[in-house]
Design a protein around this ligand. Structure first.
Ligand code: FMN
Length: 490
């Protein structure tokens, strides 16, 4: 309870000064007045619902706002963002459309297509986030009609309580649909995938902040609720392996996706990855062609993406940044003639309308945001996610700290953030002369290479034509295309 030490000290001092001012000398009012005012402020901090940090740290929390003026955490986030590309305004803008566009996700084998918003809540598990944070994100998604990815930590009661549309993600731990030995449990998966809140199912292969490694949830965080959501023993440290047991080759991966879609009753099924080797991704495309099976969506996560916890070397040095990963996946799908069947999602420091527009131009059909959504539910980047002492109740499982996060207030913020950001994207597109995102072209984004050279993306990168890899692969793709084997990732 050290969090309340300052308030308690102020209350005791105020009481002392009050007694002295009545019993000894009225001069004590000079001390009692300010101390009583501070006591009232501390009491207000405890009951207000707008700032979680003040609810958890009455009085002391005000220092945070002072520090923010010196070095705002949002500013730090934005400064570190990748200013990759500048959308070009048109000399003939169009009227901003009344209806916000959505993207239909669901290829030929999907029987329950889903209309995805241009910006959604990216995967973050219950466990890495608190119950209130999950609930606020989910209610925000329900208010705004966008999707909320569960993350790989299972489908918890908090994901289901807010009424938001869910993308249920499973990772290498198959949490929420696993046998006691940690293997995939198809029957449990089918039962949960049938829930009406689950609109899509997703297989996580890797994530930008830590490609190639699994995750660890410390035993201290594995309370009864988390254990229930994940199908794991309470209080024991949970480890997700670095690789999947359900497939060893690109062909097996594609077949497993087909099985997932079948078990999910035909709901849109996809996978998420941080792109590594282009040849491996082409091997997966070859497997899709050979098996006649395509995922309904692929989410490309940039190496710049965040996480609750990742070794610094992995976070900083592995995987393709979003621009390269996105363009690789777009080209591979277009070049193999598969793009019409597969939607591409993009995540990695998406926080503004122009971020959305840039990613759409680079090949995405929609975007997801994790860190920006965490800011919306009150994250102040205290960077204590792994210690269970998050000061604003976002990443802790400590009930006393979680209560500081007011779900009603924060879900409204999540809703407003998503709505304003998408609206801004739509306004930017209108200024570019585009009312439908599918009319965006790679010539509409430019990058300054040096003080005198500004180059459009159409020239900066290679953009494959539909079916080009099948007809005549360009020289730059030929070696990878020929080496790609649907029966091995080697
Ligand atoms: C707290 C936290 C937990 C995350 N958990 C997952 C997860 O369970 N599964 C997953 O695929 N990605 C997870 N991610 C990665 C995000 O979904 C996203 O891909 C990445 O953070 C990039 O987006 P951003 O830059 O908007 O944060 C997590 C990220 C954060 C910050």
């Amino acid at each position: 309870m050290r969090r309340f030490l300052l308030l308690v000290s102020v209350i005791l001092a105020a009481a002392g000064a009050l007694v002295l001012s009545l019993a000894v000398s009225p001069w004590w009012w000079c001390a009692a007045g300010p101390l009583l005012a501070l006591t009232a402020l501390g009491a207000w901090d405890l009951v207000q619902t707008r700032h979680s940090v003040l609810r958890n740290y009455p009085l002391l929390g005000h220092l945070r706002f002072l520090m923010e003026k010196l070095r705002p955490e949002m500013q730090q986030y934005f400064v570190e963002r990748n200013y990759d590309g500048r959308p070009l305004p048109s000399m003939r803008p169009v009227k901003v459309p009344e209806d916000v566009p959505t993207v239909r996700v669901g290829g030929p084998d999907c029987t329950a297509p889903y209309d995805m918003a241009l910006l959604n809540v990216s995967a973050m598990s219950f466990g890495s986030l608190s119950s209130h944070a999950i609930l606020a994100l989910n209610r925000g998604a329900a208010l705004g009609g966008f999707a909320h990815d569960t993350g790989e930590g299972g489908l918890s009661e908090y994901h289901l309580r807010g009424g938001g549309d869910l993308i249920w993600e499973i990772g290498t731990g198959y949490f929420g649909c696993r046998t006691p030995e940690g293997r995939f449990n198809g029957r449990e998966f089918a039962d949960k995938a049938a829930l009406p809140e689950v609109k899509c199912v997703s297989l996580k292969l890797s994530q930008g902040a830590k490609p190639g490694i699994g995750g660890v949830l410390p035993g201290a965080k594995v309370n009864a609720e988390i254990a229930r959501a994940r199908d794991v023993p309470e209080g024991e440290t949970v480890v997700s392996p670095p690789y999947h047991q359900v497939f060893t080759t690109p062909r097996e991966l594609v077949k497993f996706l087909a099985l997932m879609r079948e078990l999910a009753g035909g709901k849109p099924t996809g996978f998420k990855l941080c792109v590594g080797s282009r040849r491996q991704f082409l091997a997966v495309c070859k497997a899709m062609l050979a098996e006649g099976v395509t995922p309904d969506f692929i989410v490309v996560d940039g190496a710049e993406g965040g996480t609750g916890a990742a070794p610094l070397e992995f976070a900083d040095h592995l995987g393709m940044p979003l621009t390269e990963g996105l363009i690789t996946v777009r080209n591979a799908l277009v070049g193999t003639g598969l793009k019409d069947r597969v939607r591409i999602g993009a995540s990695g420091k998406v926080a503004t309308g122009s971020d959305i527009v840039k990613r759409l131009i680079q090949g995405a059909d929609y975007t997801n945001a994790a860190l920006a959504m965490m800011f919306a539910v009150g994250c102040i980047q205290a960077q204590r996610c792994h210690t269970n002492t998050c000061p604003v109740g976002v990443t802790t499982q400590d009930r006393r700290r979680v209560r500081a996060l007011d779900v009603t207030d924060k879900s409204a913020r999540v809703h407003r953030f998503q709505r304003a950001t998408v609206k801004s994207a739509v306004q930017i597109m209108a200024a570019m002369g585009v009312s439908d995102p599918t009319d965006l072209t790679t010539g509409m984004l430019v990058r300054r290479l040096d003080p005198t050279t500004v180059t459009p993306y159409a020239e900066l990168y290679e953009w494959l034509a539909p079916g080009e890899l099948l007809r005549q692969p360009p020289a730059s793709w030929d070696a990878d295309w020929r080496a790609a084997d649907p029966d091995t990732f080697a």
